[in-house]
Write a protein that binds this ligand. Sequence first.
Ligand code: 1CP
Length: 334
Amino acid sequence: MRSCRGEPVDRPPVWLMRQAGRYLPEYRAARAGVSFLDACRDVERAVEISLQPLRLVGTEAVILFSDIFVPVLGMGVDLDFRPGPVIAKPLRTLEDVEAISVPDPQESVPYVFAILRRLRAELEAEAVPLLGFAGAPFTLAAYLVEGKGSKDFGALKRMMYREPAVLRALLERLEEMTVGYLNAQIDAGAQAVQLFDTWAGLLGPADYVEWILPSHQTIARRLARDRAPLILYVNGGGHVLDPMIESGADVLSLDWRVDLAAAARHIGRRASVQGNLDPCALAAPPERIAAWVRELAAGGRAARGHVLNLGHGCLPETPVEGVRAFTAAARALA
Ligand code: 1CP
């Protein structure tokens, strides 16, 4: 928490994106015979899965087990996970967009807040911070328009250039949902929140400033950040570092294509940084992983704070011993 706020620390803390997940045999056991969505809705099971990385791989923060598409279930979108989100009827017209609602998340997805309250009660004694999260409007819109994951999100980009008013209307609704959803997570005990704008890096700098930055700024302004710092993650966002700084987020989470030391120097006191080892690098021998951790920690010092993490989520084929080597190396930093 101090690193997020840029207060003095002995060493950077460590957690991993997608730290609870398919690379862990214990996660696969907890998921046996249960659909992903049912696991997200089952409070006991979701609490157990959220806590697994803390005990099994030694991370220093717990992130809620859920998905960025869980709150979208309450908006009247027909959505399933196979294993990524698949939308039965992708949103393509203004009528499609106007048919989705922005419900009170406490009513549409009450289990998310029950999971957070349980986790916070569980973690309070150990002083382990609890992270909440949400998908950013643009990344949610990418899937809702496309219908599923994609490399280039062509349908989304066509909408952006041919029917900007439709995309604007969709982004506005998603922004409203995201603000309410994250503030409700903070009320339920989340001590920091991460906004995942995984696909925002698909846009060039000018489009990013037009389509992405204003919504990040609105979200940053409307969140209860005195109670929970905001971490902003953009994948492939090295070319939009300046508008990321302008978002007002407390922590900028960078992927591995960015030189962390150079980015930290550029950001300076304006924000903390998070990252940024390539998740695939966890396949390397432990001593190499430890060397990268020392290098990242040294580079991160130029920013006002640094949270050690990967540059994107853990992959299903990640070796568990690589994850342990990463957290152990962080804990061993002087
Ligand atoms: O069968 C399974 O086990 C489902 C796999 C899975 C898991 C474990 C999905 C489906 N989501 C999750 C959890 C998840 N997703 C978390 C939990 C917290 C953690 O441990 O870190 C979080 C924060 C997410 C966020 C998420 N979901 C993002 C944004 C961040 C990122 O990694 O890029 C995105 C884009 C998604 C969509 C999604 N959900 C699941 C998959 C496989 C995908 C990607 C699909 C695609 O792009 O094709």
